[in-house]
Each structure stands twice: as structure tokens, then as C-alpha cells.
Write a protein that binds this ligand. Sequence first.
Ligand SMILES: *Cc1c(COP(=O)(O)O)cnc(C)c1O
Length: 369
Amino acid sequence: MSDRPSVPFVDLSVQHRSIEAELTKAMTGVMDRSQFILGAEVEAFEREFAAYCGASHCIGVGNGTDALFLALKACGIGPGDEVITASHSFVSTGLTISWTGATPVFVEVDPATYTLDPAAVAKGITAKTRAIVPVHLYGQCADMDPILALARERKLLVIEDAAQAHGSTYGKKKAGSIGDVACFSFYPSKNLGAVGDAGAVVTSNADLAAKLQMLHNYGQAKRYHHVSVGYNSRLDELQAAVLRVKLRHLDKWNAMRVRVAKRYIKSLDGRFVKPETANGRNHIYHLFVIRSGQRDALQAHFAKDGIQTQVHYPVPIHQQAVFRELAHRDGALAFTEKAATEVLSLPMFPTISDEQVARVLDSANRFGR
Ligand SMILES: *Cc1c(COP(=O)(O)O)cnc(C)c1O
């Protein structure tokens, strides 16, 4: 067995080679103009990405975590407030709520889609609740209609964590245009990825957009006139130029992921719990996640066959050491805690070859036989 996995979990190099000329031209253009911060590429990308999502405004920021934090701040979330979100997610969803001084309230997800269970959200609402952060996990939107109905009834804001859902749909709407405001990450391996850290906040609320414009750029109303305790978290020109090129390919790449997922779903053994797509939603398979009661042995078996897999995520946010002061009981979120021991993400990227998919399937179906 060689050191290099024969089926990597993600390989972005093939994808980048396929658009090398476009990328080089875009990046060289940035050097030529030498306007590196808040230039024409950022402005164009913000316009194009807002349009792609079906929203009116996009504010490019430094990364997806900052997008969440700045969206929460723009919504006025702070000390004394509670924000309901999923524990079965990447840690940023919880961290950013704490950054504002508010308290994250972690509730259960639906076992079929791994996204917020609206009934659990309803139970989590108290007099202190100010917002709900549904996470469109793995590439499928959360069940937004009942969540939005709860929010309207209780006057709460809805902040989408769309970091894994670029181009994912809920009914006729795209992720990013469903709640009050939505947060994207362009971490390199996301469905739309930069060549470094990058993120964006998308909204159709002009008031929130104006607040975000200030917050992400030193709290400036105009240059050198500072009216709020702002931050420096901006999408840079080079990343914006790359993202503009890649945005033109996003739908095609998402379709390639779906094709791979269909092959996996068709041929994987019934012993594994396979991803499900809820009615009225689609799945763009940022991650292709199965479940097995023998997850660790299965992951070791794949590794022996040269197949790289990952676990998203091994420790639920409510059980992370950093959130220990919230004093959740073990078993408080039974499905979330079980899922953390069972989920396994298989290799998934648009340019994975038919031969690589076949090797994953062959290895999976030989497990324990
Ligand atoms: C990637 C991710 C983030 C954080 O994005 P960064 O750009 O890495 O800061 C937040 N939430 C979810 C669900 C993510 O997958």
C-alpha cells in the first residue's frame, strides 16, 4: 500500500486544471489593476452571487465564521439573548453565537436530513430567544417553512448557515434567499471554494445590508468616519476574481456531485444508512454521508483499501469542551449524539472518476465479508 491514498477524500487540483486559463487570466487582471481591497472584482462578485441566490445584497467577508458573527451582530444579537441552532454542525455555528455574548441553545435535528427539527426548535423557544440559525447541512436545506412560521409567530430572526449549500434549493427558493439573512463560506473545499479563506453574507433586507457594510469595514459610514464598533473582515480582490470564475461552473459541478451520489446510493449495500432528500428539497452533496453502527471499523477498512474518508462531525457542538459551561446532560440530544458515532463521509468531489467511485463501492460492499 502506498502512502498516497488512491481515492482522496477531496481533490481540487483536477477541477482547477480544468479552468486554469480562466483562473490565470482573472488573477493576473487583479495584479494588473492592483486594487487589492474592495475593488471591482469584489463588487462584481457581490452582485453576481446575490443574483445567483435570488437575494438583493451580498457583502463579501473574510470567511464563513465571520459571516455568521457579522450577521448575528447586524441582527442586534447580544448578551442576554438566546439563539437556537443545531448541535450536529461545524463548531462555528455555536462559537459565533457565543462571540456576541448571547447563549447558544442547541436542539435536535431530524434523523432523515440531519437538519433542525422544527418541533425541537419550537420546544427550545423561551422569552429570551431572538433568532434561529438553521444549518443547511451536507448540501440539503433545513425544513424552512415551519421554521419561518415559528419565527413569524414569535418575532424571531432567521439566519441561514448556508456554508455547505451553495445552489441548494428549498421549493422554488435557493439557500441564501429563504431566511432574513444567510451566511456562506468559500473555504476551498466547499461547493463554491476560494483559493484561501473567504465568505459572504447575503440578504434582501436593505437595513441589514447597510449594517453589514459598516460592520465588516471598520464601522465606517464613509471613509475615516466611524459610527459603530466595526471589524475588518473583507473578501479580498484576488479571492473575488477566483470566485467569479468558479461561480460560472457551480451548477455544472453540483450536477456532477449529484451524479456521483446517485451511483453511490444505487450500489451501496443496504447495511449502510444512505442520505435521503426530503420532498420539495434538493441535495447538492457538499458531503456524501452514510451511517454505520461499525463506523470506526468501516473507516479503518476503507483506509486499508487506500480510500480516504472523514467524519463530520465526531463531537457534537453541545459536547465540545468549550461549551461545557452550558451543562448539557449526556443524552440530552440523543440522535445528535448517536449520529456523531455513526456518520462517515465518503470521497465526494465533482471530478472524482468513475473508476474511483467503483473502488469506493467495491470496498464498502466487501466490508466485513
Ligand atoms: C465551513 C463551515 C463554516 C465556517 O466557514 P469558514 O469559512 O471555515 O469559517 C460554518 N458553518 C458550517 C456549517 C460550515 O460547514
